[in-house]
Design a protein around this ligand. Structure first.
Ligand SMILES: *Cc1c(COP(=O)(O)O)cnc(C)c1O
Length: 810
């Protein structure tokens, strides 16, 4: 792209003048960001056009990854890395008096997702482009992404995330590619030449305008598209109500609200009308636009499954199924059976959860009014599915009601997704087994060939090369650069895991990352951190099943011991938390408050604060994750076994050489298989043990409170004013959840095992060479968790595609 530093500097300065009318001397960091961003975007534009032309000429099968969430983060650093200009630009900017790291801070995070599910979609886009697959994202261009979190007096306060305020360098508005989406109205049946035609009358039209973001593949000129849809009013609609211009303004405002906010609920179903509108808006726009591209090939729609794959990320985009049916039947004239065959062969579905509170079900009354034709089709799908079931299980009405797509006046989206697709995958081996054996067992009995596992992954380009450049360099110096395109080769580090000089460099890098995070913490909290302490980190969404409560109760216990036992000797420990709670999740917000109370007491107590500190870092996001994870010594992955489908945070930490303290849950199980249980700290109930307790009803948390003094002490501290509870009964709700309401997440049951695992960490960390060996082995065995591996599996097993362009090897 730029031959050398001098060409870069002169092109850059020319752009500064032409784009902003500023000479270098007057440029701010923000100016540098905007100009640099636009230069990279324009440069990628060439390859973007060439890629699209190639897809068309070769008639490559196109994958469309539908997701209500893409948690992208910042793009400047990642794009510079992928076009292989990161070093040159960093050095050139330094010559001009700017730090690339500071310039990168000018970019707003694209926070168009809640957590793991949205981040997975973003990692997948990076892998699709980097491996040279024709695979694109389809989503919504929310005007406001996930809320910004402030902590005020220890409580979470939410601010709107105005991420577009300063413009978005990466997107291109494409009004020429707009489509129309229809809501409300009524379906009329007309008979034409003996065929029924369904026409929706009096519908409300919404214009969907795409904003395209180029997704640049690493090291080669392959660029895919993330197409994000924005809702706009249809100007001509004002002609429908000529006498009432105010009516038009109301309509206009209601349309714009469709793409205004991301719903901030993670692993929680919200049955709001606006959310349903968002789902159909995205599905209809994405399907129409993909079919328009397909149409240009001039092929029969019979060939659609050979040329197009629609993947739905969780059930949020399930309406892709009836929408494709509608278009095939009502617009393309197909009969039901052919349309159904084409649709099911085109669509595939990923399940992300077994939590019942997260399973989407929409009231029939809501769907049938908002989307009358779509509802008719869902009804027909249900009717035919139930008829098939009746045939197969005569008289078994109970089973049929249990499996039906529509029951008890609700549409069950997971059932619709399974029935209407050819592939259903879980996201880790354990999760897929639980789906097959438990949650979806009757569906597995019906369609065993549809179920498969695709263990999640993370892009090692963002999470290792970009977030931890020094470690990346050390790895390349040690084993060469083949690991970059074949991350499995990271395992070649195994041979140096005990090498003293390698270990020393590895530790120096971790130490440098810890110093950087310590500076961030000092800057943001005013409290100093000892970079020689163990950095013990739990960062993820706040949720009961993720058990931040177990972590903080154990911290309270450590404090109690330090206060009461002068002989108690621990390696200094810094506990770091980061977590957003859904704004309506009362219990989760109480836990944030508890963590902050504990942090403030401990950090101010001179008797312990040379050995123990606790921080809650506000506004956990992708860019904050990139600062925290490379600095972690210990990764907390402590969900109640059976509840975390996979986790991806766990993989990021592992890749950066942190040791995991974790339960046998989600992908932790496969991490343990890779690196060995000796190189992790595994504790607690197994998934089947949790299930047995639930079935037998025999768990008695109250007994643990009376038997275990450590537990009794911390539980009492939740309600009696003292070190952690600042007014009588401040944490009654947490206390009750544990003691009175049965401790749903087995926090107290796992407390003793967890404390023991932490004691083992304390012992292990004292043996620095052996700890380092374990850390190196974690990095070495993490290659399989690159999303490149995951995406190749999706490509081969589910989508039936091959790379259309290969890696650049240089
Ligand atoms: C990776 C990531 C997550 C998912 O973390 P888990 O520990 O798997 O829940 C959530 N949020 C952000 C910002 C992430 O980068």
């Amino acid at each position: 792209m730029f031959d050398n530093k001098e060409t870069f500097k002169s092109i850059f300065q020319r752009n500064l003048v032409s784009k902003l009318g500023k000479p270098l001397e007057e440029a701010t960091q923000e100016d540098v960001y905007h100009v640099l961003g636009s230069m990279i975007r324009e440069y990628a534009g060439q390859d973007w056009a060439t890629s699209n032309q190639g897809f068309k000429q070769r008639q490559d099968k196109q994958v469309y990854y539908f997701s209500l969430e893409f948690l992208i983060g910042r793009l400047l650093g990642n794009n510079l890395l992928n076009v292989n200009e990161l070093e040159l630009v960093r050095d050139s900017l330094a010559d001009l008096g700017f730090s690339l790291e500071d310039v990168e801070e000018q970019e707003a995070d694209a926070g168009l997702g809640n957590g793991g599910l949205g981040r997975l979609a973003a990692c997948f886009l990076d892998s699709l482009a980097s491996l040279g697959y024709a695979g694109h994202g389809c989503g919504i261009r929310y005007k406001y992404g996930l809320f910004e979190q402030k902590i005020i007096n220890g409580n979470q306060v939410e601010l709107p995330d105005n991420w577009l305020e300063k413009g978005n360098e990466w997107e291109v508005r494409r009004p020429d590619k707009k489509v129309e989406v229809k809501f409300w109205g009524r379906v009329e049946t007309q008979e034409e030449n003996g065929r029924y035609q369904f026409v929706t009358k009096d519908a409300e039209s919404v214009v969907a305008v795409p904003y395209d973001v180029p997704i640049i593949g690493y090291g080669h000129p392959h660029v895919n598209t993330l197409r994000l849809w924005s809702a706009e009013p249809k100007r001509e609609s004002s002609l429908d109500t000529p006498s009432n211009y105010y009516g038009y303004l109301d309509y206009s405002r209601s349309v714009e609200s469709i793409s205004e906010f991301l719903y901030p609920d993670d692993s929680q179903y919200e049955g709001k009308l606006l959310r349903l509108k968002q789902q159909y808006f995205m599905c209809s726009s994405g399907v129409q636009s993909a079919l328009r591209t397909f149409n240009k090939l001039g092929l029969s729609y019979d060939r659609l499954p050979d040329k197009v794959a629609f993947h739905i990320n969780d059930t949020h985009p399930t309406l892709v199924i009836p929408e494709l049916m509608r278009i095939l039947m009502d617009d393309q004239g197909y009969g039901w059976d052919e349309a159904w065959d084409i649709t099911t062969r085109t669509v595939s579905y990923t399940n992300h959860t077994t939590l019942s509170e997260a399973l989407e079900k929409w009231p029939v009354s809501m769907i049938s009014k908002l989307l009358p034709r779509i509802y008719m089709i869902i009804e027909e799908i249900n009717k035919r599915f139930c008829a098939m079931l009746l045939d197969r299980y005569p008289g078994d009405q109970e089973r049929i009601t249990h499996l039906a797509v529509i029951a008890h006046d609700q549409v069950r989206m997971a059932h619709l997704a399974i029935v209407g697709s050819h592939s259903v995958n879980g996201v880790a081996a354990l999760h897929t087994e639980i789906l097959k054996e438990r949650e979806m067992a009757p569906f597995y009995a019906l369609y065993p060939e549809r179920f498969n596992n695709k263990t999640n992954g993370i892009t090692h380009r963002r999470w290792l090369m970009h977030a931890n450049p020094k470690l990346s360099h050390l790895i390349t110096e040690t084993i060469g650069n083949a690991w970059i395109t074949e991350p499995g080769k990271l395992n070649e580090l195994t041979t140096v895991s005990q090498d003293a000089s390698f270990q020393e460099q590895f530790r120096a890098i971790k130490r440098g990352n810890k110093e950087r995070l310590a500076a961030y913490i000092l800057d943001h909290t005013g409290t100093a951190v000892n970079p020689d302490s163990i950095f013990d980190v739990q960062v993820k969404r706040l949720h009961g099943y993720k058990r931040q409560l177990l972590n903080i109760l154990h911290v309270m216990h450590l404090y109690n011991r330090l206060k009461n036992d002068p002989t108690f000797d621990i390696v200094p420990r810094t506990f770091i938390f980061g977590a957003k709670a859904a704004p309506s999740y009362y219990f989760a917000k109480k836990i944030i408050k508890l963590i902050n109370n504990v942090a403030s007491t401990i950090n101010q107590d001179k008797a312990v604060n040379d050995r123990l500190k606790v921080f809650f870092l506000e506004n956990y996001s992708v860019s904050l994750a990139e600062k925290i994870i490379p600095a972690a010594d210990v990764s907390e992955q402590i969900s109640t076994a059976g509840k975390e489908a996979s986790g991806t945070g766990n993989m990021k930490f592992m890749m950066n050489g942190a040791l995991t303290i974790g339960t046998m849950d989600g992908a932790n199980v496969e991490m343990a298989e890779q690196v060995g249980e000796d190189n992790m700290f595994i504790f607690g109930l197994r998934a089947d043990e949790v299930l047995n307790y639930v079935h037998s009803g025999s768990y008695r948390p109250g007994e643990l409170v009376s038997q275990d003094n450590r537990i009794r002490e911390v539980v009492e501290q939740l309600i009696h004013p003292g070190a952690f509870c600042h007014r009588e009964g401040e944490f009654w709700d947490i206390y009750d959840s544990l003691v009175a309401h049965g401790d749903e997440y087995f926090v107290l049951r796992d407390f003793a095992a967890y404390a023991e695992a932490h004691a083992a960490i304390d012992v292990a960390y004292r043996d620095i060479p052996d700890w380092t060996r374990k850390a190196v082995l974690n990095t070495a065995q993490s290659g399989i968790f690159s999303s490149d591996r995951t995406i190749s599996e999706y490509a081969t097993d589910i989508w039936g595609i091959e790379p259309v362009s290969g890696y650049w090897k240089g």
